[in-house]
Design a protein around this ligand. Structure first.
Ligand SMILES: Cc1cc2nc3c(=O)[nH]c(=O)nc-3n(C[C@H](O)[C@H](O)[C@H](O)COP(=O)(O)OP(=O)(O)OC[C@H]3O[C@@H](n4cnc5c(N)ncnc54)[C@H](O)[C@@H]3O)c2cc1C
Length: 319
């Protein structure tokens, strides 16, 4: 029996949840790019996460935590270790008055819709974000100049040794596309949100209008990972948002292999069919260099790269 088969057997015996070997990561990335993960676990609950971490420690295997894979570029060589996808096993929503308790695996548009139906507002802006609540909290994502951190009262996490902690909103250190979780090695398990009351029909109208405006602005049919670059306030003041800067550098439609700067919105890179991770990385490198030539500023990536060794960082740090 190989080491990987042995680890899969150990995980199966501990009933951690779904355990797959040689799972194609492209299936778990909205870019549809990425090779195989040696072991891929979808935990049935927080105990499943804990046991998987324990086995990974005993077997000295790296562990990568993912949600919906909507902000990640996996390498074509995949991951030599364990990928844990926080998904259905941690997907619950409980509403009590103005408080929502939700598992990190909850699908973000589903959270927005459920809150709206219960007459809770403040989450309309996340309706079109195709990720998990854990990923949204990690990235402090949002739209319409809002971010999820504004509604958070508590985030519950687990460290790599299985110990659980609670973070208040202040302790989460939310800022534009930033949270403390990007600096610390925690697995987000669940959050409590505090939302003001609203009228369900008005909330629904607002969400439909947001979805409509997004479908006019962003590429919908070709696989992508949302905005590639973070909007930098200083750069914004002098040159505008990243999409405009890239367009002004005449880079709309620029391509490497099957990776192309979207002709619809230049801060998106679309997979035209068979784009590889190196196509995307080369294209991002090219865009950053051309933008630097024109503006003397370096773009930072919102998108994160997952290396074969299981490291995850904003993609520009690997260039
Ligand atoms: C079409 C499209 C539109 C988008 N629009 C927006 C938008 O309007 N606003 C916006 O902010 N983003 C947007 N995004 C980007 C992306 O959807 C968000 O960043 C989202 O919050 C990522 O969630 P995820 O579950 O997919 O995380 P993933 O991509 O799986 O992971 C992102 C990071 O979070 C970490 N992570 C994920 N889950 C956990 C967890 N439970 N515990 C600890 N760490 C975790 C991962 O390790 C990784 O570093 C868009 C993406 C697409 C494809």
């Amino acid at each position: 029996m190989t080491k990987i088969e042995n680890v899969a057997k150990l995980l199966g015996a501990k009933n951690v949840g779904t355990v797959l070997t040689d799972e194609l990561l492209a299936k778990h990335s909205t870019w549809k790019i990425g090779g195989q993960a040696d072991i891929f676990v979808i935990p049935a609950g927080s105990q499943g996460v804990n046991y998987t971490l324990q086995v990974a420690r005993e077997q000295s295997l790296p562990v990568v935590i993912i949600g919906g894979g909507s902000n990640l570029l996996f390498d074509d060589s995949g991951v030599r270790g364990i990928v844990i996808k926080i998904d259905a096993g941690l997907s619950y929503i409980e509403i009590d008055d103005n408080r929502i308790k939700a598992g990190a695996g909850v699908w973000v548009p589903c959270l927005a819709r459920t809150a709206g139906k219960a007459g809770l507002s403040g989450l309309e802006h996340i309706i079109g974000i195709p990720g998990s609540l854990g990923g949204l909290l990690f990235m402090n994502g949002g739209s319409q100049r809002k971010n999820i951190g504004e509604c958070v009262s508590i985030v519950r996490v687990m460290d790599r040794k299985g110990k659980q902690y609670e973070f208040s909103r202040q302790e989460c250190e939310f800022a534009y596309r930033k949270s403390v979780f990007q600096e610390k090695d925690f697995i987000i398990l669940e959050a409590e949100l505090e939302c003001p009351s609203g009228e369900p029909a008005a909330i629904r109208r607002e969400m439909l209008s947001i979805l409509q405006s997004r479908s006019n602005k962003f590429p919908r049919k070709l696989p992508n990972c949302g905005s590639v670059f973070v909007s930098d306030p200083a750069m914004y003041k002098s040159f505008g948002p990243p999409g405009k800067v890239i367009e002004d550098c005449m880079l709309k439609g620029a391509a490497v292999g099957d990776a192309e700067v979207s002709r619809q919105h230049a801060n998106f890179i679309v997979n035209m069919g068979k784009a590889t991770s190196s196509d995307v990385m080369e294209l991002i490198d090219m865009v950053r260099r051309k933008v630097h030539q024109q503006t003397s500023c370096w773009f930072r990536c919102e998108v994160r790269y997952v290396s074969t060794a299981g490291e995850i960082k904003p993609l520009h740090r690997f260039l």
